[in-house]
Design a protein around this ligand. Structure first.
Ligand code: UDP
Length: 250
């Protein structure tokens, strides 16, 4: 990807590309039988990255980091840049399923509570006839002791793409640590995505998504778990961008 498509916020680089370009990139990786990792970042991820050196250096080492959420868009405008598109995993998945059917590549679902990934597998296979989801495993195994067993199951299923849904930064660290043992073209960290596609959690109405207010809907559904992330995290993120911008101008 051209350097011109790359933006940086809080020292983490990411791609400012359209959904179509992202899909072309993904298709190319599979066609070339290459090996890549995709991470999504939102304002919360960047807030975490300022305090978590391991997570930050993983993100900085990856060539495909995609911007997710209104916070990144606002952050870009604060530094005078224009973000091409919001590329969250939830919007990318339907498109990914369509190209998977067209190009005949396979998916594996790893993550979320027991039962969630298999409900999502059923839903996807019903919605996208011909889609080949070759396996699934929940995300609540012992990530230190049982990863080898789970990876053996993934490798036996021979997926082209593995979606890893443990939440950030847990999934990025797990992918980074285990990448070389997993025989797939693409590992994508997708956060809470499975909970939506299994039908367990409702996504925000379209008008809220289009207005960059999806975070508010998630907060409304789970205030106890998410108030810190959004009510404290969003202004803190903007403050961090302002401070970071000053260091750039020095
Ligand atoms: N999760 C998991 N294993 C764990 C911890 C979490 O599979 O050890 C799952 C959890 O069930 C949920 C997802 O990871 O489906 C994290 O969701 P969250 O909404 O926190 O992620 P976000 O999209 O905000 O990063």
């Amino acid at each position: 990807m051209d350097q011109a498509n790359r933006l940086t916020l809080l020292d983490v680089g990411f791609l400012s590309i359209s959904m179509e370009e992202a899909l072309t990139l993904i298709r190319g990786i599979i066609k070339d039988d290459a090996k890549e990792t995709v991470s999504f970042i939102n304002a919360d991820c960047l807030n975490i990255s300022t305090k978590d050196d391991e997570y930050r250096s993983i993100l900085k080492s990856q060539s495909i980091v995609l911007p997710d959420g209104a916070g990144i868009n606002i952050g870009c405008r604060m530094i005078g840049e224009r973000l091409e598109a919001n590329l969250n995993g939830t919007d990318l998945l339907p498109e990914l399923c369509e190209v998977a059917v067209e190009d005949d590549f396979t998916l594996y679902l790893l993550g979320a509570a027991p039962g969630v990934a298999s409900r999502m597998q059923d839903n996807l296979m019903k919605k996208y006839p011909g889609l080949n989801v070759v396996g699934e495993h929940h995300g609540y195994f012992d990530h230190d002791e049982e990863s080898d067993r789970v990876i053996a199951e993934i490798n036996a299923a021979k997926p082209n793409v593995v979606l890893v849904a443990f939440g950030a930064p847990r999934q990025e660290k797990w992918i980074h640590k285990n990448r070389s043992n997993i025989d797939s073209n693409l590992l994508i960290g997708v956060g809470g995505l499975f909970d939506f596609y299994s039908g367990d959690k409702k996504r925000a109405p379209m008008w809220m998504r289009k207005s960059g207010l999806e975070w508010m809907y998630r907060l409304y559904l789970e205030p106890g778990r998410l108030w810190r992330r959004y009510i404290i995290g969003n202004p803190l993120f903007m403050y961090r961008i302002m401070r970071w911008k000053r260091t750039l101008n020095r």
